[in-house]
Design a protein around this ligand. Sequence first.
Ligand SMILES: [Zn+2]
Length: 304
Amino acid sequence: MNKPLAITLILIISILIFSNPAFAAKKLSNISDKIFAYTDTQNASPSNSFGANAGIIVGQEGVVVVDTLATAKEAQEMIHDIRKITNKPIRYVVNTHTHFDHCFGNSEFAKEGAIIISHKNGKANLIKWGDKLIGIVKNMGMTDELLEGTTISYPSVTFNDRIQIDLGNIIVDLIYIAPNHSTDNIMVYIQKEKVLFTGDILFTNFHAYIGNADLDGWKKNLDYIIKLDVDKIIPGHGPLSGKQDISDMRDYLIAFDKHARELCSSSDDLEAIVTQMEKALPRKAQGNWMIRSSIQQKYLKSNK
Ligand SMILES: [Zn+2]
């Protein structure tokens, strides 16, 4: 191959690789000078924790990790990225909730000596399902290769309503309002920085999973956030968000419930219902598969 042709080919291949979001490397980006997060992962799939976000808070006394992604391998990459930012010890892991895409990386942080914290329902859910969960996620497209080295690591500290982590120069509040997207989803609030991690209380530009949701409780959580002194919100999935996204999420839940009830009261044809739901709901960039599983789990099952 002549040299100019080879160079052109390399250039074209590079453009193809780097312009395709599927190949875009995740990067911990600055939310404030002490807070960093992965947000807005494109082409959500089993190989990127289904687009779950995660983040870190760096204080005088060490690091708090918020969510650990879906596999040991992804958690190792996250630790690698954290080490580019700080050498401080990783003291705590907070699981916003114990859906696997947010907590299956726990074991890698436990190896680093981190104390894992969740709501008390989160630990109970993990214990109830235990290793069966690994089998369940394999049915969702998580291959043995992706899951290599992944083991469930249980929280050792749990709480009911509120707990505080003091990192010396920064306080991290963990707050539980009511059951919502799951029975255990908490929020992580850093008042000093006006930053909030919501876990899956908020999906932005991403269809929400509401298959085992408590919708009234979920709305209570969103109403609480609306009144909170916060500027930057890291959702469970999707881009860095703000209060408008919280209002939109509330409207989405109301719309989803209304349409799903109407459609499921006269039909149990899942495919037809999903098609109608896709037309009725606001358009979202990602997470269309969530509509199907939410309808299946919450609306068609409860009709039977
Ligand atoms: Zn979730």
